[in-house]
Write a protein that binds this ligand. Sequence first.
Ligand code: LCS
Length: 410
Amino acid sequence: MHDIKGGRHTLAIHGGQVVDPLYGAVSVPIYQTSTFAFLSAEDGAGKFAGEIEGYKYTRLGNPTVKALEDSVAVLENGYAGLATASGMAAITAVYMTFLSKDSHIVSTDAVYGPSRLVIEKHFSRFGVESTYIDTSNIELIKKSIKKNTKVLYIETPANPTLMLTDIAACAKIAKEHNLVLVVDNTFMGPHYQRPIELGADVVVHSMTKSLNGHSDVVAGMIVTKNKELYKQIQAVHFSTGGTIDPNQAWLVLRGIKTMPLRVEKSSDNALEVAKFLEKHPKVKWVKYPGLKSHPQYDLAKKQMTGFGAMMCFEVEGGVEGGKTVMNNVKLSTLAVSLGGIESLIQHPASMTHAGMTKENRAGAGITDGMIRFSVGCEDCRDIIDDLDNALNKIGAAKAEGGKTMSKAKK
Ligand code: LCS
């Protein structure tokens, strides 16, 4: 299935691409159909019995979706992929496959808010137990494993703290304790980090982010290291129905062809931006895996081949200082999501991670004044000038705000 060979750019352009057998279309056609005609009653029965290869119904498979699944499986160096309607649909299908009543999951505390919320609020209703910890601490992971632990779920780098977890060390622990190691690879993406090569069992993605890269699609992906895990998750995915639409799948497939170019450009920009922020007088600290000041810089170099587009930083003046920056950037867009071609800025405590309790946020290192920045592919100088201008408004903003108020009163 994945006999394509070559470098990372070649794989992104050619992986999963099949020549259209009908007209030779170079771009994979969008098979916008919910159902597929059978040649005969026997053909239909054979396809449902799995004796004849072929498509039956789009929830159970579609050629455009398959091309996307093959493309990401190639990039992740996995066995096969399952595309989903969103990243959360992918994560939920994986949880549902491996967790059941009285089973237990150990997970990174600073995961994307809803990845934790769905366990603590919903899976808990069905008797699933969970422990959320700082998974950068390998000893803590070992201590948190119980007799009924089935899944070790990590997000690295974590959203939004940029804390890293050692994937290879987790793979070793998972093997020893017979756990399924699931890695959310959304932040880094397969261009710079391939968890299956480091021993992970399952990789999940929000393809809404850098894989698609244009902030115009919500989508998810699951890639497994082997057939057995694939079949287990596929059974849950097909019956719960978090299927991706063929049109949406095609858009992501198109986005992936330029993913390495975008990721390299935004990462180059991000390193410059992070260095600039680190020296700015209005910035207290910056967390970016490519900075030597990142506490896990050595691990970043070990398990990633680049440092990505994501960073977080704390400005002077706490929440108010953060608001000033977000309200004064002109080039960067104040919006959640990440990994787009454009720079996006947001405030995790009041936006993406607002669903978590204040205690859980504090425990996970998500401070009230933290700003998360997804660096885009604009000219780096423009991104930096924009941030500089907004940061310099901290402190000066009160006077400006006052002016606006008095104007409004008049
Ligand atoms: N995993 C990670 C690491 C994410 O950042 C997100 C979404 C998801 C999973 C879920 O993917 P979705 O269902 O949205 O496709 N992260 C978002 C964020 O940080 N801002 O807005 C969405």
